[in-house]
Design a protein around this ligand. Structure first.
Ligand code: GUN
Ligand code: FE
Length: 427
C-alpha cells in the first residue's frame, strides 16, 4: 500500500476526557494513512519531507459527530413547532416523508441536504431515510460522493402510520430491507447501512423479530427513538404492557445493544432502570436538546448520563431540531442543562462548554470506533475553522475561541474538512 502522510498546522483543540480541552497554539497534527499520529508543538525528526498545510492561525478541531438526524425532514425544518411529537409526526412528518416515493423529488431534496451537511462541521452522522429503498439508495449515493462517513437507515414501519407510508406487512418490510442491505454491500465504501425500526409504536412484534434475524445475519448496528415524549411513552406502555419499561420493549427482541452497536435518540424520560439497562448493554444515547424543546418533550438529564457512564453523543434530530449545525446543538445542550438544573434538579450541574464539545466529538465518535479526537490511533477527521470574524485570534485563548464558536458559529467559518484522512473540501 502507498503510504499517505500529511500534516496540518494551526491552533489545535480536542478532548481527551469529558471535562478537559487539550489545546495547542501553532501546533502540528500528523495524519498517516487516515490515522492521527498525534499532536506536536514542534515536529519531531522523520517528518522533514512531509507536506505541511498551514491554516495560518485557524482553529483545527476533530470532525463533529451527529448521532441522530432525518435526511427527508430537512425540507420542512422549522415547521409545526407548535405541536408535540405525535401530532407533529401526523401533520408534517408523515406527509413529507411520503413524497420520497417519488425519486425525482427525493433526488432534489437529498442533494440540498447532502450539500449542507458536506459544508458543515460534521464528518460523521447516523441518518434516517424513509421506508423507500430507491430514495434511500439515492441518499446514500450522494453521501458517498460527499466524502462524509455515515450510517444510513431505510426506515421500517408496518403499523400506526398513515396507509400511504405504512409498509404492507412485516414480511414485505423485511424483504425490502434485505434487498437494500445486499445492494449496499456492493455499492458503498463510506456509507454503511444501519437497521432503523422507526420506534416501537410503528413496528409490530413480527417486524421486530425479522429485524433481529437480519441483524444477526448481516451484523448491522441499530438506531431508533426512545423515551422521547410523555404521550409516546404512555402509548408504548399501552402497546407493550408486558415490558418493564420502554427500552425493555426493544430488549425483548434483542434490539437494545445485544450483539450490535445501538444508538437511541432522546431518552428524556428514561428512568434509572432504563438507564441501568443501557449502561449494561452499552447502548448509546443521542442527546437532541433542540428537538426536545421544539416538540415539548422535556429536558434530558444529560449530566446523569455522563455520571453513570452511559455512552452519549449529540444529535441535531433535523427536523425536530431546526439546524444541522452541531455547534448550535452544543449551545442548546448547555442551555437546556442549565434550565433543568434551575427548575427540575439542582443535583445535576449544568454542562460546561468543554463537556458539550466532548459530546459532539469523542462522545458520539465512539459509536464509529476510534473517532472524535486527535489522540494517536484515532481516525483523522478534522475541521478547519477560520474564526477571525468571531474572535481576535491573537488575543483570545483557544478555549475561549471555541466557546464563542459554540454560540456564534455559522458554516461561513468552516474552511476545510477531512474525514478518515481524506479531504472533503478546502476553500
Ligand atoms: N419518533 C418517531 N419518529 C420520529 C421522528 O421522525 N422524529 C422524532 N423526533 N421522533 C420520532
Ligand atoms: Fe428523530
Amino acid at each position: 500500500m502507498n503510504e499517505s502522510i500529511f500534516i496540518l498546522k494551526g491552533d489545535i483543540c480536542y478532548s481527551r476526557t469529558p471535562t478537559e480541552l487539550t489545546k495547542l497554539k501553532d501546533g502540528y497534527v500528523v495524519c498517516r494513512n487516515g490515522i492521527s499520529e498525534g499532536v506536536y508543538e514542534r515536529l519531531p525528526g522523520g517528518y522533514e519531507d512531509c507536506p505541511v498545510r498551514d491554516t495560518e492561525g485557524a482553529l483545527i478541531v476533530p470532525g463533529l459527530v451527529d448521532l441522530h438526524m432525518h435526511a427527508p425532514q430537512y425540507s420542512f425544518r422549522g415547521l409545526g413547532m407548535d405541536l408535540e411529537l405525535l401530532d407533529w409526526l401526523k401533520e408534517h412528518t408523515f406527509p413529507e416523508e411520503a413524497k420520497y416515493e417519488d425519486t425525482v423529488y427525493a433526488a432534489e431534496a437529498y442533494e440540498r441536504f447532502t450539500q449542507k451537511l458536506k459544508f458543515s462541521a460534521t464528518t460523521r452522522a447516523c441518518i434516517f431515510g424513509t421506508v423507500h429503498v430507491p430514495a434511500t439508495e439515492l441518499l446514500m449515493d450522494k453521501l458517498e460522493e460527499s466524502g462524509l462517513r455515515t450510517l444510513v437507515g431505510k426506515v421500517n414501519m408496518d403499523r400506526n402510520a398513515p396507509d400511504y407510508l405504512t409498509e404492507a406487512d412485516a414480511d414485505a418490510s423485511a424483504e425490502d430491507t434485505v434487498e437494500w442491505i445486499k445492494d449496499c454491500r456492493k455499492r458503498y465504501r463510506n456509507t454503511k447501512p444501519i437497521l432503523t425500526p422507526r420506534f416501537i409504536p410503528t413496528c409490530t412484534d413480527a417486524l421486530m423479530e425479522h429485524l433481529k434475524k437480519i441483524q444477526m445475519r448481516f451484523g448491522l448496528p441499530v438506531q431508533s427513538h426512545l423515551s422521547e415524549n410523555v404521550s409516546e411513552v404512555e402509548w408504548v406502555q399501552e402497546l407493550c404492557p408486558e415490558s418493564e419499561f420502554y427500552g425493555d420493549a426493544y430488549d425483548r427482541f434483542g434490539l437494545f445493544g445485544a450483539d450490535a452497536p445501538t444508538v437511541m435518540a432522546h431518552c428524556v424520560h428514561s428512568d434509572e432502570r432504563e438507564r441501568r439497562r443501557m449502561k449494561e448493554n452499552g447502548v448509546f444515547i443521542a442527546h437532541c436538546p433542540e428537538s426536545n424543546m421544539n416538540l415539548s418533550s422535556g429536558i434530558a438529564p444529560v449530566r446523569a448520563f455522563l455520571e453513570e457512564g452511559i455512552p452519549t453523543g449529540l444529535g441535531s434530530d433535523v427536523a425536530g431540531g431546526s439546524t444541522e449545525n452541531l455547534f448550535t446543538a452544543m449551545a442548546h445542550a448547555i442551555q437546556a442543562s442549565k434550565l433543568r438544573w434551575r427548575l427540575v434538579d439542582s443535583g445535576l450541574k449544568p454542562l460546561t462548554a468543554a463537556e458539550s464539545f466532548y459530546l459532539a466529538t469523542k462522545g458520539g465518535g465512539a459509536f464509529f470506533g476510534k473517532v472524535g479526537s486527535f489522540e494517536q490511533g484515532y481516525e483523522f477527521d478534522a475541521v478547519i475553522i477560520d474564526d477571525s470574524a468571531v474572535s481576535d485570534r491573537e488575543r483570545t485563548d483557544i478555549s475561549d475561541r471555541l466557546e464563542r464558536l459554540i454560540y456564534l458559529s455559522s458554516e461561513a467559518e468552516i474552511t476545510g474538512k477531512y474525514a478518515a484522512g481524506e479531504e472533503v473540501f478546502w476553500r
